[in-house]
Ligand binder design. Structure first.
Ligand code: GAP
Length: 440
């Protein structure tokens, strides 16, 4: 797709994503997920959790608190180092990220003079309890990773895992971005899907390479086009302070090739820093070799909203079908928010409606994400489902009831979203057919 505008408009119109606090004029960098956005998000999360956690024997799920002890972020280096260069226009007072504008002396909005760049810490501060003094200051976590490092010892004590093993978490993180932009690409309240994978120091590269491949296999699970993905080695100057080696995967977004997700070799930086900061030893005792050491960490990290934007923009298609222009979202069936729509051909024929309700009920029981629609003519119903990316529409007509003879009794038409082609399928074969297509 060429520009974001059409996607932003479809996302709002069809209930995927709305501007945060819209009726009050919006709050920059915040977005609210509507019913279809939530469904899409959950499908992506579930595929991630399946591949990276439940299908494996060496992963432990976590859901840590967003508010953490302020010393966590001192030890992790975020209090001193999690900042971006900020410049402010002396005339209009607008603020910009110095590394995101071409001319760091002239305001891109009003042409006024820009002041000196200064480092701006991106963590949101708040205070716990009734007192608003520095002793009560806490930060909203800027990455989910922190919640996993501080629970390293807890999980070892509860489960006695053997190295290598990982902690995995899906959750919110908060960053006071200077210039949130590009729809849900750069936001202030984001969601991450992260793994901290603990390994013997000498084996880090083998695990790093493994997770890079896993990340790309997962991108295929959610249906992203391979040719829009680019693997980029992050140069030392651009790496996060905790990383000794980082590889980003970039994606061709409508506004250019940009970071989609990351993979970092965090060494023993975090466990050592939190050991020193907390006074609790965070090490691992290998029962077989009788050695005690601090494991090293490989971190595959995904921004969930950013991945949704990639999935949505990759799926967005415009074409002409039956002489009419249409927009459709060519989601992989596994991520589509609605899998099947069931229609009676006519809404004023009770026998068609009853049969359609019966088929709908059976499919809904099997797949959950199934809708019933009897509103408007069939063409309009198809367009509505195309726009939200429903892979299949099932229509119950008079042939289903036997008016066309025994050969078509108890069959329905199944229409394919991408091609518009229709075929007749026996009702008792529908579920098996959709199951096969959903697992592809
Ligand atoms: N724990 C490692 C970490 O947080 P990061 O590269 O800062 O690394 C990981 O963030 C991922 O989170 C990014 O690749 C991106 O997908 C997503 N992300 C980061 N900042 C974001 C923002 N402001 N808005 C949306 N997604 C963001």
């Amino acid at each position: 797709m060429e520009s974001l505008d059409a996607l932003v408009s479809l996302a709002k119109r069809r209930g995927f994503i709305y501007q945060g606090s819209e009726i009050y004029g919006g709050l920059a960098g915040t977005w609210d997920y509507g019913p279809l956005g939530v469904a899409l998000k959950k499908n992506i999360e579930n595929l991630w959790w399946k591949r990276f956690v439940s299908d494996r024997e060496d992963m432990y799920g976590m859901d840590a608190a967003i508010l953490m002890h302020p010393k966590v972020w001192e030890s992790s280096g975020h209090v001193s180092g999690f900042s971006d260069p900020l410049v402010e226009c002396e005339k209009c007072k607008r603020r910009f990220r110095a590394d995101h504008i071409e001319d760091t002396e002239k305001c891109p909005e009003c042409g006024g003079r820009l002041g000196e760049a200064r480092q701006f810490n991106m963590m949101f501060k708040t205070s716990v309890g009734a007192m608003e003094d520095s002793a009560s200051t806490v930060y909203l976590r800027p990455e989910t990773a922190g919640g996993m490092f501080v629970n390293f010892k807890n999980v070892i004590d509860s489960f006695h895992p053997k190295l290598p093993f990982g902690l995995a978490q899906i959750g919110k993180a908060f960053r006071n971005e200077i210039t949130p932009r590009d729809f849900i690409f750069r936001v202030r309240e984001l969601e991450q899907m992260e793994i901290e994978y603990f390994v013997r120091p000498e084996s880090w590269k083998e695990h790093f390479d493994f997770f890079l491949k896993e990340q790309h296999d997962f991108l295929a699970d959610v249906g992203l086009s391979k040719e829009k993905l680019h693997i980029v080695d992050v140069p030392e100057a651009d790496r996060a302070h905790y990383s000794k080696h980082s590889v980003d995967t970039e994606f061709d977004f409508p506004f250019g090739q940009k970071e989609l997700l990351g993979l970092a070799y965090r060494t023993d930086f975090d466990l050592k820093s939190h050991s020193e900061g907390s006074g609790t030893e965070l090490s691992y005792f290998d029962e077989e070799t009788k050695e005690r050491f601090v494991p090293h960490v490989i971190e595959p990290t995904f921004g969930l909203g950013r991945l949704m934007l990639a999935v949505l923009s990759d799926a967005y298609c415009e074409d002409e079908l039956g002489g009419e222009k249409r927009v459709y979202l060519a989601f992989k069936p596994a991520v589509a928010p609605v899998k099947v729509a069931v229609f009676p051909l006519l809404k004023n024929k009770p026998e068609l409606v009853a049969k359609a309700r019966e088929v709908y009920g059976a499919l809904k029981k099997e797949f959950g994400a199934v809708v019933f629609d009897d509103n408007g003519n069939i063409g309009k119903r198809y367009r509505r489902q195309d726009e939200i990316g429903t892979p299949w529409c099932v229509t119950i007509d008079f042939d289903t009831l036997g008016e066309g003879g025994d050969a078509v009794l108890n069959t329905v038409t199944v229409r394919d979203r991408d091609t518009g082609e229709q075929k007749r399928v026996a009702i008792n074969e529908l579920a098996a057919m959709f199951k096969v297509a959903l697992s592809a």
